[in-house]
Design a protein around this ligand. Structure first.
Ligand code: NAP
Length: 246
């Protein structure tokens, strides 16, 4: 479905980003793995991607810094000549009840999840406009739609991503670029592994399909939104949440 396309995925070393990278490779896309820390994880992912007969390059960088985001896009252009797909997946949580939430925990979550999405999109958009097409897929969250106690910073960042997605979609639609958001519910990953059994049980009870999601569930939708089959879909927020929010 993505044969010959060049895709950049932020925060691809682990979790949902890793699954998106593998699913894109499986569907024929060359993949740029952006990661922040773990060199070994990025190396092993690159090998797995290349086993599908496509190219993989690794670009280390913190997407909350504009210069790193710009470098990510520039290195991709140098290596692959073009960027067809950008997936803004990198994200963090710094949970806590608002009364106790520190200013730095608010800032770091906004800077990674929302400003990071701005940084990479800003760096790529002129390239996509020049190419007369492109796909931007932003990973939001159901929490950005319904809010969550203990996640005022995270919910604000993910709601911001939704507003950003819709606004950019309106601006660049006439240039053949689609911008959509995915709102995952509870997906098994390092991010959700840290939650207590009590929180997990409460979550599970609120999911009609009575199961937690997997990275592949999000990746399958990302492949579709990045493909030609989704060329008439833009500005949408699609939930992958087992029916948790409807
Ligand atoms: P995860 O397992 O914690 O992985 C997060 C990834 O993002 C890691 O590869 C991490 O790199 C990278 N990252 C974090 N900050 C970065 C930065 N400043 N620059 C570059 N990379 C950075 O999380 P996940 O569960 O896969 O979540 C992926 C996305 O889905 C996030 O945006 C998250 O908010 C969203 N989401 C997740 C769930 C869920 O239930 N899991 C639900 C809704 C939405 P390092 O290895 O260097 O830390």
């Amino acid at each position: 479905m993505l044969k010959g396309k060049n895709a950049v995925i932020t925060g691809a070393s682990r979790g949902i980003g890793r699954e998106i990278a593998l699913a894109f490779a499986k569907n024929g896309a060359n993949v740029v793995i952006n990661y922040r820390g773990n060199e070994e994880l990025a190396d092993s992912l690159a090998k797995e991607i290349e086993a599908y007969g496509v190219r993989a390059i690794k670009v280390k960088g913190d997407i909350s810094k504009f210069e790193d985001a710009e470098k990510l896009i520039n290195v991709t252009i140098e290596e692959f000549n073009s960027i067809d797909i950008l997936v803004n997946n990198a994200g963090i949580t710094k949970d806590g009840l608002f009364m106790r939430m520190k200013e730095e925990d608010f800032d770091s979550v906004i800077n990674t999840n929302l400003k990071g999405t701005f940084n990479t999109s800003k760096a790529v958009i002129s390239k996509m406009i020049k190419a007369k097409g492109g796909r931007i897929i932003n990973i939001s969250s159901v929490v950005g739609v319904i809010g969550n106690a203990g996640q005022a910073n995270y919910a604000a960042s993910k709601a911001g991503v939704i507003g950003f997605t819709k606004s950019l979609a309106k601006e660049v639609g006439s240039r053949g670029i689609t911008v959509n958001a995915i709102a995952p519910g509870f997906i098994e990953s390092d991010m959700t592994e840290v939650l207590s059994d009590k929180v997990k049980e409460t979550m599970l009870n609120s999911i009609p399909l009575k199961a937690f999601g997997k990275g592949e569930d999000v990746a399958n939708l990302a492949v579709f939104l990045a493909s030609d089959m989704a060329s008439y879909i833009t500005g949408q927020v699609v939930h992958v949440d087992g029916g948790m929010v409807m």
